[in-house]
Design a protein around this ligand. Structure first.
Ligand SMILES: Cc1cc2nc3c(=O)[nH]c(=O)nc-3n(C[C@H](O)[C@H](O)[C@H](O)COP(=O)(O)OP(=O)(O)OC[C@H]3O[C@@H](n4cnc5c(N)ncnc54)[C@H](O)[C@@H]3O)c2cc1C
Length: 145
């Protein structure tokens, strides 16, 4: 699915790293942990849209976290609230996590921006969309001894 998402926030959260909130009910209501979305490229000869992990979903809004590494991400970092951007997705297999399991091992690559703090809640709304909650609300995580 592809649609025009409205940017609701695009803030720097660390060096060269931004958090973009995109409003797009059609995609946000379907997105699940482990999936990804794509954004358009700025250069006409660069044909592949850029891929971003779905970091968080809040109702009609979907959040990505991205690092500025090239021309496209530089352009995204300059975009402001209320601007529109083409959003496609959700793609990929959702990460199905069995929360009866007591201990997890996370293996990650890239710049480590995956859906670390979000997980699908055990309940799914009647509209078919998942609501997400932090696996460990900020500061509450205590690693196993
Ligand atoms: C499954 C998946 C999930 C992903 N999720 C995320 C995510 O959540 N967050 C995230 O930040 N990224 C994510 N990525 C990476 C993302 O899709 C893009 O690849 C990345 O953001 C590229 O940004 P860009 O288009 O600005 O850089 P590009 O323009 O593609 O540049 C990439 C690199 O190549 C260098 N480069 C470009 N052109 C040249 C040239 N002519 N000569 C020499 N060097 C050059 C740039 O300096 C830069 O270092 C994901 C990728 C995949 C496959």
């Amino acid at each position: 699915m592809i649609c025009d998402a409205v940017i609701r926030g695009n803030f720097r959260i660390a060096q060269d790293t931004f958090r973009m909130v995109l409003e797009c009910p059609e995609i946000a209501r379907q997105a699940q942990a482990g999936q990804f979305v794509t954004l358009p490229v700025s250069y006409p000869l660069d044909t592949w849209r850029r891929v971003f992990t779905v970091y968080e979903v809040n109702g009609d809004q979907l959040v990505i976290v991205y690092r500025v590494v090239g021309e496209n991400t530089k352009l995204y970092s300059r975009m402001r609230a209320c601007q529109k951007i083409s959003l496609a997705g959700p793609f990929g297999q959702p990460a199905i996590i069995d929360f009866t399991v007591k201990r997890f091992i996370l293996v990650a690559g890239g710049c480590g921006l995956a859906t670390r703090t979000a997980r699908p809640s055990p309940t799914t709304s009647s509209a078919g969309g998942s609501t997400w909650a932090p696996a460990h609300p900020r500061g509450s995580y205590k690693p196993a001894a």
